[in-house]
Design a protein around this ligand. Sequence first.
Ligand SMILES: [Zn+2]
Length: 292
Amino acid sequence: MPIFVNEALVEPEEIKSLPGIYQHSIVSLNEECREISDLGIKAVILFGIPKEKDAEGSEADNPDGIIQKAIRRIKEKFPHLVVIADCCLCEYTAHGHCGIMEDGALLNDPTLDRLHSVALSYAEAGADIIAPSGMMDGMVGEIRYALESNGHYNVGILSYSSKFSSALYGPFRDAAGSADNFKGDRRHHQLGPGQRREAIREAAIDEDEGADMLMVKPATLYLDIIRDIRDNTMLPLFAYHVSGEYAALENAIENGIMDREDALRETFISIKRAGADTIITYYAKALAKILA
Ligand SMILES: [Zn+2]
């Protein structure tokens, strides 16, 4: 279950484009995790919205940053809940890009230095799994090195290895507050929808660099890619059913165009059938209730 934690909030706030999904305050996080845990959901993936943003995304590796606080709080109160920390700079940079910029271009290697430090900071706060999502070349190797050379041998890496540049991320940018003044796009580092072999190659590269788990994102428009990667690796494979997939389905259900339970069952069975071991979805709580 994805959770958004907003440093500026006192009360939880519903995300307009994701009906039923909230940004949480550090306080309401507690109740949300209790509900998630009571429903039998085993893991959460955290996204932070800091109060302050700058060119380097300095808040991302602040030891008292919003995600570091959230990780410590969850691990203290719900030690059995697996905490995955999404690791990218786009929620923390004032320009909204996933890394360090120069003359309008995203610089890959200086961004790796930042990811090294951010991943380490999340591990030190107690994260079980670091999930680099920026599709930088070499990000998994750099984070593996950061963790191993600092004694965090038991922290796993879930790579967003095969992440497509997609129209389905719109509501997420609302949710993560990363759209405000964002100019440009992520097409030069995320995959284009037609890049099937490149998606498999990216997964293989991340496995070589030391990823423990791989991911395909989004899910339903990329079921063939999930199957391709399933057939090419023995690693656990995640599929991320993203914000736009949730919003589209939710709109259809709310307008009586589809039956909720039928639509959810078919959607998630198809992702599983394609080869995903684990699904990240805003429907986690709804599905847990159906399955119970
Ligand atoms: Zn990013």
